[in-house]
Design a protein around this ligand. Structure first.
Ligand code: AVJ
Length: 324
């Protein structure tokens, strides 16, 4: 059923023995780290949907308010016949763009891509019903797999969108490499639409990542249960606790899981044993907050010409439209 609806770019989301090299690398480092993509098993994607609705979590509703104002203009400026979205999740905000492209009335293909098969399949079904004249083609895979695929399938009028400030998860070096891959996946005249979280007071940031209901804590802890099922692990979630702090010097939220005891866990499928000392932590996510000017210079240096920028009145969030 799934392969007919959603094209699977490889088998890395089955717990095969040679997978998870990034987990091994991260957990054998000091300090320990894990890649944020492991938040998003099906339950994690569900928790993220709940985060987007939290009163403290401003990014989703701020970006939505910007899209409500500029979606028509984006559709007109780009005139694209293909919209690819990286990390599409439920594609909720994207529907504003899809509505705008529908008004233009061209033949149109939407390609949502995600690492969570569950949410991707559900959204593709819903979208196909809501937009019967669009071709909807889900791609299940990581950013790297998706961008490699896009590079091999050029399109004359393509827009790639990357919303929600997920670009904040990359270190500056990884972001640089990511933008190179984006530029390679676009032909001259194609577009890149980037949603980006901007600098703001520490208190607002820290409460957005430490919500009162504890959903963000559950989302963070769920990474360990994801690793448990994917790699036959035995992490005891009761021994870990969530922390999110804003590192002002690096302009980034840092989310960690703190281990409370001296303990060893194993991930059988990876032949890995992981020792923790009481108080030791794993860095599970950085979420960088950007300066628009610096970011624009960076994009231009990658051959992505900034065509237009939209921001909300509080200057909390920005949408940047670039052309290759
Ligand atoms: C999906 C990466 C944009 O960094 O704000 C939300 C993930 N982590 N709450 C973010 C997240 C904790 C989110 N991104």
């Amino acid at each position: 059923m799934l392969p007919q609806l959603v094209k699977i770019l490889n088998d890395s989301y089955q717990a095969v023995k040679n997978d998870g090299q990034d987990v091994i690398a991260g957990l054998t480092k000091n300090p320990k780290t894990l890649p944020p993509k492991y938040f998003y098993d099906d339950y994690g994607s569900e928790l993220f949907e709940q985060i987007c609705e939290l009163p403290e979590y401003y990014p989703t509703r701020t970006e939505t308010s910007i899209l409500e104002k500029c979606a028509d203009e984006i559709a007109e400026l780009t005139g694209s016949k293909e919209l690819v979205e990286l990390g599409s999740g439920s594609s909720t905000k994207t529907r504003l763009l899809l509505d705008a492209y529908q008004k233009i009335g061209n033949s149109f293909t939407y390609i949502p891509t995600d690492v969570s098969g569950g949410i991707l399949k559900t959204s593709v079904l819903e979208l196909q019903e809501k937009y019967p004249y669009f071709s909807i083609q889900g791609l299940l895979g990581t950013y790297e797999e998706t961008l490699a695929y896009l590079e091999s399938t050029p399109a004359p009028t393509r827009t790639i969108c990357f919303l929600g400030s997920s670009a904040g998860n990359f270190s500056p070096e990884k972001f640089d490499h990511f933008l190179t891959q984006i530029a390679r996946s676009l032909q001259p005249g194609n577009y890149f639409l980037l949603g980006i979280d901007l600098h703001k007071p520490k208190e607002i940031l820290e409460s957005a990542y430490n919500d009162a209901q504890g959903i963000t804590a559950a989302f963070n802890l769920n990474m360990l249960s994801h690793l448990n099922w994917r790699f036959q692990g035995n992490f005891d979630l009761n021994l870990f606790s969530h922390q999110a702090i804003y590192n002002q010097a690096e302009s980034q939220i840092e989310m960690r899981l703190y281990c409370q005891e001296n303990v060893t866990f194993s991930l059988e499928n990876l032949d890995l044993k992981v020792n923790f000392q009481a108080g030791e932590n794993i860095l599970t996510e950085i979420s960088r907050k950007f300066d628009l000017g610096i970011l624009q210079t960076k994009l231009e240096a990658k051959g992505l010409k900034v065509k237009k920028v939209w921001i909300d009145p509080k200057k909390w969030f920005g949408l940047i439209l670039c052309q290759a």
